[in-house]
Design a protein around this ligand. Structure first.
Ligand code: MN
Length: 247
């Protein structure tokens, strides 16, 4: 029986080259294990702690992950690669070389007869106006054009610095044990479900594994992360469940 898999927030590249490489190998072991029954794979963003591709240059890391993902797409597995806030500068390299479909914002559609709303999970809903403003600048053609002008050693150095700063800020937020009703992803799904027939809201970004009902017929799932939680979700026979990978 084929399954659909969801995972998010690997943040490869952090906190150090060595630690990231160990996690990358673990991710690849997981991908090898799921390949026999994996029909589609949704990677919900922040796969990389930083990603940027120049016209002729990409960061010189992640060969194991790329090789594994390429062999999966070669075998006919559909892979969606969502842009997170750490790897929004994903252009056509991953599509061309690895064969994944890059998703710019969110994905809505039917899977196994159920309606899905899938998103990295940042910049949803009404709040976070300052963040949304910065996000739109970073995603602008002008920012991309300017970054393209920098030598990769300078550009990637700067970006790694910015990425680290952003993660420190976010990881403080992660630790906050705020009540569910105050989680903006929960608020967003609750509002959204009033006027839609969505069954499953699947998000990453918060690094906080969550599986809760939204109203009477929907559920919100946050995928957690692969920094220290190693959590992922599966869709099997119309039902989504959260799992932890232990190897
Ligand atoms: Mn994120």
């Amino acid at each position: 029986m084929s399954k659909i898999y969801f995972a998010s927030d690997f943040h490869l590249g952090t906190p150090s080259y060595e630690a990231s490489l160990l996690r990358e190998k673990k991710i690849v072991r997981w991908l090898t294990e799921i390949t026999p029954d994996c029909d589609q794979l949704f990677l919900l963003g922040d796969v990389f702690d930083f990603w940027y591709e120049y016209k002729t240059v990409v960061p010189k890391y992640y060969t194991r992950l790329f090789g594994k993902l390429a062999s999966m797409t070669d075998a006919g597995i559909k892979i969606y690669f969502f842009k997170g806030n750490h790897d929004m500068w994903t252009f056509d390299y991953l599509t061309k070389e690895i064969g994944v479909e890059v998703v710019d914002e969110g994905w809505e559609g039917e899977l196994h007869g159920k309606q899905f709303f899938v998103h990295h999970g940042d910049a949803l809903g009404k709040g976070e106006l300052a963040y949304k403003f910065i996000r739109s600048i970073f995603r602008s053609q002008l920012a991309i054009w300017l970054f393209h002008r920098l030598h990769p050693n300078a550009g990637i150095g700067l970006a790694n610095y910015l990425s680290r700063t952003s993660r420190k800020k976010n990881s403080v937020k992660d630790e906050l044990d705020i009540p569910l009703e105050q989680e903006y992803q929960y608020q967003f799904a609750t509002d959204h479900s009033q006027t839609s027939n969505t069954h499953f809201y699947i998000f990453g970004h918060r690094h906080k594994p969550i599986d809760v009902p939204i109203g009477k017929k929907a559920r919100l799932i946050n995928l957690g992360d692969w920094i220290n939680k190693f959590t992922y979700a599966t869709l099997e026979e119309g039902n989504v469940t959260l799992h932890t990978y232990n190897d």
